[in-house]
Design a protein around this ligand. Structure first.
Ligand code: SIN
Length: 307
């Protein structure tokens, strides 16, 4: 028999991360429907437990030349290049989000630690949590999070300018993501966001030409789900701070799987693009699962590590 209290706990799906309350563990991934305040509000109205902005840089960025998105039946390959209006121009969007009554997570990027601190200083008043994007595969040079020392520097320096929680989004492309995660955690990261897209490329066989304008891009969607699960599993074993899982979550089964690997909350990217109803559907599926098993969400975080 489930008592009232237990039933309420199972049905609420409320979680706490870094001192903030999330009414559901699901939210959008940065870059998906997060460009304007109205698109972020729409996410919140449709069951997202928090909203994540597009990645914002200090100066406006045009992004890479097109084509910059290819959809396939196994996932999407994008080479957007972090297009955004720049921190000053984004301020009004953030201001008009208040009061949203859901955590506002601002994804930020800088070519150097100094650069990203400028973004943080400008926006911090209107943000609940920062997500440091150290893992975009579509900018020139190495992915920032390939090197634990560089990650450490970014996080330490950013922590000087804010007392808001800092989430750090890492790339699956680094040789040792556990060491990189450790470096982020030791430098003061409050949570890890695992994983960003994987570098990929597609070629048009009529011409032999790479399809994306930037030649390479980041692969997302169901194809990367098992990679995300394995990385979250490895990092959860070694590191204590919360993990926000992202990578190919498209239904409640994949969501539950990711929580069992060790994620406390989840971001949805590719599957959300054309399906705003996905949060409500996955929330409902998770609740039915928990009700059937008579357990609550926290009971299944990292459950696979028992075996
Ligand atoms: C992009 O804008 O290139 C995608 C965002 C990311 O991969 O971080």
């Amino acid at each position: 028999m489930i008592c009232d209290e237990q039933y309420k706990r199972i049905m609420s799906l409320e979680i706490e991360i870094n001192g903030k309350t999330f009414e559901s563990p699901l939210m959008n991934a940065a870059g998906i429907l997060g460009t304007t305040a109205s698109s972020l509000k729409r996410l919140a109205d449709n069951g997202s437990g928090a909203v994540v902005t597009k990645t914002i840089s200090h100066k406006p960025k045009e992004g890479n030349k097109g084509p910059n998105l290819i959809e396939t039946n196994y996932g999407a390959l994008n080479s957007m290049g972090l297009p955004n209006p720049g921190a000053k121009n984004y301020l009004d969007e953030l201001k008009s989000l208040k009061p949203l009554n859901k955590p506002v997570i601002c994804s930020v990027f800088g070519e150097t630690p100094r650069d990203v601190k400028k973004v943080g200083r400008l926006l911090k008043e209107y943000v609940d949590i920062f997500e440091l994007n150290l893992s975009c595969p579509n900018i020139e040079g190495e992915v920032i999070s390939s090197d634990p020392e560089i990650v450490k520097k970014y996080v330490e320096e950013f922590a000087h300018i804010t007392n808001k929680p800092i989430w750090v989004k890492l790339s699956p492309s680094s040789d040792n993501i556990v060491n990189v995660s450790l470096a982020a955690s030791e430098a003061g990261a409050d949570s890890l966001v695992l994983i960003n897209t994987l570098k990929g490329m597609l070629i048009d066989i009529e011409s032999g030409r790479p399809i994306l304008g930037n030649k390479t891009g980041g692969l997302s969607g169901e194809a990367i789900h098992p990679i995300a699960i394995e990385i979250i599993y490895q990092v959860y074993k070694k590191i204590d701070i919360p993990i926000i899982g992202v990578g190919g979550v498209s239904d409640n089964e994949k969501a539950i799987e990711m929580v069992m690997a060790g994620a406390k909350a989840l971001q949805i990217g590719t599957a959300l693009k054309d399906d705003i109803g996905i949060f409500k559907r996955i929330n409902k599926g998770i609740k039915s699962y928990l009700q059937e098993k008579n357990i609550d969400l926290m009971d299944i975080v990292g459950l696979s590590h028992k075996y």
